[in-house]
Design a protein around this ligand. Structure first.
Ligand code: S5P
Length: 358
């Protein structure tokens, strides 16, 4: 349809959602429409993965409740540390919380409780089964949160957030994976041109929980990527990848209607096809259930499901259907070389996008 023929640069200027606009610019700059689903079990696994795959992705999806030692501290905890890695590599964090309760409960789950998801996750999602009120309630909570944040910044009552991240052993019993040198160079085949130069941000730097000195951390960032705006966004789970799911066409249409009612907050959908159906629609479509056949195999080979209801399509098929971002978990995480495999997915999904807009 109309939207899927537009470039991400164009969509960055036409969308009314500030976070979508930022994300589209990030996609164009990093030449990536890949989201990593970081479904791992410990904080160090999560942070190491985020740091090593960061250069290839534009979104990192979490399930914080899979992490056995999630640290809830608002400035030194897992969410805050992940947010710093995200800022350095230029990607957004998406907590795949799939809220699914009455409005009042989802508001509290989003902003309060142990994880305080809204503090560290730019994007989250909702399972609209309880009705549109769940979306209304999350939108309201996000507006209130933003007003409070703006007040804090204006009156400078917030504690300064540290700017850099170390994946040092911090007393947890995980094994620490060292960050290979090559990742710090943020150099991936054919993409050097999009990275203008390396800047240090050490002057903003306060080490967290770290025995090392300031000088040890010369942070490298993608130049041209400014910090994400202080906005939050929602994706509505409108279609699922799992076999026999109950999200029928009528349900999906109700999700689209709700998105149209909250264009300042809802960025788009988790879906299997583009849900931009009417001329005014300009939503983002993100699609899980994505794997590639092994490198040596036929590109068009059928990909088996996971035996637990998950069904897979290739990046070429998913992006060809008008979706914007592919979400890949085990396809990358379980690869012998996840960094290299993430680049293979990024390249395939990006080629499919380029073909689509050509
Ligand atoms: O329809 C869906 C929606 C989601 S968010 N199907 C999915 O698989 N997901 C999530 O995407 C799922 O919770 C998991 O985190 C990821 C897919 O992981 P993979 O290992 O199968 O790629």
């Amino acid at each position: 349809n109309h939207v899927s023929e537009q470039s991400f640069e164009e969509r960055a200027t036409t969308t009314s959602h500030p976070l979508s606009s930022y994300l589209f610019r990030l996609m164009a700059l990093k030449k990536s429409n890949l989201c990593l689903s970081a479904d791992v079990s410990t904080t160090n696994q999560l942070l190491s993965l985020a740091d090593s795959i960061g250069p290839s992705i534009v979104v990192l999806k979490t399930h914080y409740d899979l992490i056995s030692n999630w640290d809830y501290n608002p400035t030194t905890g897992t969410g805050a540390r992940l947010a710093r890695i995200a800022r350095r590599h230029g990607f957004l964090i998406f907590e795949d919380r799939k809220f699914g309760d009455i409005g009042n409960t989802v508001q509290m789950q989003y902003t309060e409780g142990t994880a305080k998801i809204i503090e560290w996750s730019h994007i989250t999602n909702v399972n609209m089964i309880p009705g549109k009120a769940a979306v209304d309630a999350l939108a309201e909570a996000a507006i209130r949160w933003r007003e409070r944040k703006q007040y804090e910044v204006k009156t400078d009552i917030s504690v300064g957030t540290p700017r850099a991240e170390s994946i040092d052993s911090d007393g947890e019993d995980d094994t620490v994976t060292p960050i290979p040198e090559s990742n710090l160079e943020i150099e991936r085949a054919g993409r050097k041109a999009s990275i203008v130069s390396i800047t240090t941000v050490s002057q903003h730097f306060e080490p967290v929980n770290s025995p090392r000195s300031h000088e040890d951390y010369e942070e490298e960032v993608f130049e041209g990527i400014e910090e994400a705006p202080m906005d939050r966004g929602l994706l509505i789970l409108a279609q699922m990848s799992s076999k026999g799911n109950f999200m029928n066409a009528e349900y999906t249409s109700a999700c689209v209607e709700s998105a149209r009612e909250h264009q300042g907050y809802v960025m788009g959908f988790i879906a299997q096809e583009s849900l931009n159906r009417e001329p005014g629609d300009a939503f983002l479509n993100m699609t899980p259930g994505c794997q590639l056949p092994p490198e040596q195999d036929d590109e068009d080979a059928e990909i088996q499901g996971d035996g637990k209801g998950q069904q897979y399509n290739t990046p070429a098929k998913i992006i060809g259907l008008g979706n914007d971002i592919v979400i890949v978990g085990r396809g990358i995480i379980f690869a012998a070389d996840p960094v290299r495999e993430a680049e293979r997915y990024r390249r395939k999904a990006w080629e499919a996008y380029e073909e689509r807009i050509a």
